[in-house]
Design a protein around this ligand. Sequence first.
Ligand SMILES: Cc1cc2nc3c(=O)[nH]c(=O)nc-3n(C[C@H](O)[C@H](O)[C@H](O)COP(=O)(O)OP(=O)(O)OC[C@H]3O[C@@H](n4cnc5c(N)ncnc54)[C@H](O)[C@@H]3O)c2cc1C
Length: 446
Amino acid sequence: MEQKKKKVKKPLGIARLIPGKCIACGARCESTCKVEAIVMNDAGEPVFDIEKCTGCRRCVRICPSDAIEIYFTPEQQKILDELAKKEIAEAEPEVEEVDEEEAQIKARLKEYHGVWVFVEQIDSEAADVSWELLGVGANLAKTLDVELCTMVIGDKVEELCGESFAYGASKVYLMDDPVFHHYRTIAYSRAICYLVGKYKPEIVLIGATGLGRDLAGAVATELRTGLTADCTGLTIDENRFLLQTRPAFGGNIMATIMTERTRPQMASVRPHVMPMPDKDPSRKGEIVRESLAISEEDIRVKVLEVHDLRSDAAEDIDIAAADIIIAGGRGMKSKENFQVLQELADELGGVVAASRSAVEAGWLPPERQVGQTGKTVRPKIYIACGISGAIQHLVGMQDSDVIIAINRDRQAPIFEVATYGIEGDLFEVVPAITSHIRELHAQKKA
Ligand SMILES: Cc1cc2nc3c(=O)[nH]c(=O)nc-3n(C[C@H](O)[C@H](O)[C@H](O)COP(=O)(O)OP(=O)(O)OC[C@H]3O[C@@H](n4cnc5c(N)ncnc54)[C@H](O)[C@@H]3O)c2cc1C
């Protein structure tokens, strides 16, 4: 009787680190390993468990610095040599299905095209952040060579299509229905999920306002995709992935986040972080009208009354909209001393703001706080007085056109972002500037 030939499996090798090449990117290899064969050491480099490694090459493919290679143990090399010699036909790769899964994911990602911006509106008036997002969206769409579109959802909001075109969109997906009169999470998130499911955009951008934060989270959860909140930078890498940069770990580092296996890639951006693009009312585009099978009965939340807290607030100065900001920090030493800054602000037609330390001391209300947990501002002139320049403060003001820093500590980090730095005592410098400007104003009047 003929004896059955024993099948020999082709070894796939084992992963290992190439010394000196790891850039400690944030454990991408560890997160992609399906058999938990990788743990990170204190330096943020991978350590491979050769007993567990199946040689699937996922880590090799995902490594951004080509720091991982596959090697064969002497025993595996022996089998490979024998297989090559005997050309055994039965030799099979062990984990073929892994590559198939990867191929399926890649094919799914390729179905998604276009950069979309959600146009936030209340009573048909758009939030500026939506147009700011069209500015950065245009750069992304140009790099990807795809369309830049908006989603306009609301009640009697068709005029926002024209505004979308004026700010750079070439197509608008419009859902105009009384059911969208007031913002309600369920109605708006269903509308966006419907549009995304039908037209498959690869990037969706939403303003990180109160409404936007609520909506973006609900949509990303429903679509089971990634969402990076409060981005400060958005670019495209060589593999067409959206690189989403934002402060992390209390603002001590800037993290760049990618959504590698799901679509769309979703990001939210706070108002005033991105510059406003030019408006050209002559631009035209295409309107795609859509409707959603949803009625009032389907929505359990009813809006009984709208109370505009903005008009109630005693604090009605919006520092985010100001062109000139005079900001004070812990160096101001007391609430009363902020009068020095107010006098300069009055001369320049600006507003007074503060660092978190000053707000926590009760010297100014929280609405005046600039920074990561305060407001992001982009004035023409930002004068920082007695503010050291912690990263959490800088992320809220570093895109100002001109930054003037007044600090008595030459080493203060605020000087690194300042256009002009004045080393000195603010209680001498600020009044001197104020009186000089007063004189100039008086001369002009005379
Ligand atoms: C999660 C998190 C979020 C945060 N969010 C924010 C935020 O949104 N905004 C924010 O601002 N901070 C934020 N912080 C706090 C931040 O880390 C800093 O502690 C804070 O910004 C420091 O405020 P400051 O510069 O006013 O005070 P300090 O760091 O104490 O600096 C005071 C400065 O005043 C100078 N000075 C003192 N006297 C004079 C004088 N007479 N003349 C000139 N200069 C003088 C000193 O040299 C010093 O540089 C956050 C922190 C964390 C952990």
